[in-house]
Design a protein around this ligand. Structure first.
Ligand code: RIB
Ligand code: CA
Length: 299
């Protein structure tokens, strides 16, 4: 098998983040160096605890860090309606998350500076606050970043948080703009493609029938998630792209993120063959769901 890809996953778990993390941990193609948490779906403390809960469920020991508790400028607005009050929608055994040994931003900086000869992939599943702050504090980290792959944006302007903006970009539009203006190579998985992955009851029942602790938790979390949103598996798509890019079609573009007025958080594409951004456009949804089921079954 080809050498595994070194990845840092930045996340605001969140039920779809949870599925994305489990998929990453179940995939030998990825070497998860660390999990950096951020406020988004839930407050930072909950996001950090949820990452520990999911690491326990997956039986992994990946280091986890606490990051920015607020967007760069806007006040934080969480989404308890979609992911439940604690962000994972179901009950968990009592557990305490230890004090974070370092800040998510410092971990991203440290890893990027230490990987100038073997640059790392940053997989961003929430608001882009941590990465934007790392770029502001230490611009030379770009030499140690191979690519930024992220879930975010809505290129057809059908937002899920405002009429034109997707949640991650709407929550911290200034961070999103900073990342897209950084010149870093970006692979973007917008709502245009993630909405194609709504899970059917039949698929969920098939996952439940696998009867492992992970599959039972996935079934319960997605049953809650689906009742609230219809269940587009937004975050797992970009992890699946890292594992099986052939499941997706993509086009190059440049993207500008609006930061003020009633269009804040809107991602405006300019389609061009030499664009800095590779945007996913379509997914083989059946192939994606089969990959996901097969991988989590093996966890
Ligand atoms: O718009 C979907 C994105 O916002 C996903 O990352 C979801 O977890 C929420 O953070
Ligand atoms: Ca997320």
């Amino acid at each position: 098998m080809a050498k595994s890809l070194s990845v840092i996953i930045d996340t605001d778990p969140g039920i779809d983040d949870a599925i994305a993390l489990l998929l990453a941990w179940a995939s030998p193609e990825l070497n998860v160096l660390g999990i950096t948490t951020v406020a988004g779906n839930v407050e930072l403390e909950q996001s950090y605890l949820n990452a520990h809960r999911l690491r326990w469920l997956a039986g992994r020991r990946t280091p986890i860090y606490a990051g920015c508790p607020e967007p760069i400028l806007k006040p934080l607005k969480v989404t308890h309606t979609i992911h439940g009050r604690d962000g994972l929608g179901i009950s968990w055994p009592e557990m305490e998350a230890p004090e974070s040994s370092t800040h998510s931003v410092d971990f991203i900086i440290e890893q990027a500076l230490n990987h100038k000869n073997s640059p790392v992939t940053l997989c961003m599943l929430g608001p882009l606050t941590n990465l934007a702050m790392a770029l502001i504090l230490c611009p030379e980290i770009k030499e140690g970043i191979k690519q930024v792959v992220l879930m975010g944006g809505a290129l057809d302007n059908k937002g899920n948080t405002s009429p034109v903006a997707e949640f991650n970009f709407f929550t911290d539009p200034h961070a999103a703009a900073r990342v897209f203006d950084s010149g870093l190579p970006i692979v973007m998985s917008p709502l245009d493609v993630t909405r194609q992955t709504e899970v059917a009851e039949t698929w969920l029942n098939a996952v439940q029938s696998l009867d492992t602790p992970v599959c039972k938790a996935v079934y319960e979390m997605l049953s809650v998630y689906r009742s609230g949103t219809g269940g587009g598996l937004h975050d797992p798509c970009i992890v699946a792209w890292l594992i099986s890019p052939e499941l997706f079609t993509a086009k190059r573009c440049d993207v500008k993120v609006k930061v003020c007025g009633d269009r804040e958080g809107q991602s405006v594409p300019e389609w061009k063959d030499d664009g800095q951004v590779l945007s996913l456009i379509n997914v083989n949804a059946d192939g994606f769901l089969t990959l996901l089921k097969n991988r989590i079954q093996a966890l």
